[in-house]
Design a protein around this ligand. Structure first.
Ligand code: TYD
Length: 204
């Protein structure tokens, strides 16, 4: 490996992403492949503070304020966490990254997609993942899987989540080299096998 490998995971709340990322991490650990798992929002010290606001602030937040809070989290995370790990030739597994902002603040919140893509470029200094896996699932099924108290974004209705899903599918269509879609309405083991097939192409 000349530099590290950057893999990101995307999908609607309730798509089973967390379970799959943990299984992938276990696979890499068992195969002695040095890796670090991180996430957005909240993959840096500053990001942890921003995460509290983003998920639990209970007064109105303007769409633009929300967008820039996610971008601030990403700027800090990219510079102080992701880039140094890639320089150390690690495999970096990141739970959500640039595509979440395009899908949530762009497609679902009806923000300006092209501007958001440019802002993502600005805050990441154009750092793109080598591979992005989108866990695709019917919005009703995803919603019914959510347990416990819902955060600010999870409280959004079905229409929001349907637009979000379409957003991810569109992103995948526009970036076929980088973004791969996996049907997340399947047995955990089947989904895991598909993820490993995709990842193997990068780590071997
Ligand atoms: P989190 O608890 O990490 O959810 P999940 O386990 O589903 O990843 O909460 C992150 C929430 O923030 C999630 O609802 C998606 C949302 N989000 C955005 O709206 N825009 C973004 O750029 C990012 C990174 C996340």
């Amino acid at each position: 490996m000349k530099k590290g490998i950057f893999i990101t995971f995307e999908g609607a709340d309730g798509c089973g992403k967390t379970t799959q990322i943990e299984l992938i991490k276990k696979y890499l650990d068992e195969n002695n492949i040095e890796n670090v798992l991180t996430r957005e929002p909240g993959g840096s010290d500053l990001g942890l503070e921003l995460r509290k606001i983003l998920l639990h602030y209970d007064k109105p937040v303007s769409n633009i304020a929300e967008l820039f809070l996610y971008l601030a989290d990403r700027a800090q995370h990219t510079e102080y966490t992701i880039k140094p790990l890639l320089d150390e030739k690690k495999v970096v597994l990141c739970d959500r990254y640039i595509d979440s902002t395009v899908a949530y603040q762009g497609y679902a919140r009806k923000g300006d997609i092209n501007k958001i893509i440019k802002l993502n470029d600005l805050v990441t200094n154009s750092l793109k993942p080598d591979l992005t896996i989108v866990f695709d699932i019917d919005s009703n099924v995803a919603q019914s899987r959510l347990k416990g108290e819902k955060d600010r974004l999870e409280k959004e209705g079905l229409e929001f989540h349907k637009a979000l899903r379409q957003g991810y599918l569109e992103l995948a269509k526009n970036n076929p080299e980088r973004i791969k879609v996996i049907n997340a309405d399947d047995a955990i083991e089947n989904i895991h096998k598909k993820c490993i097939e995709l990842i193997k192409g990068f780590i071997n």
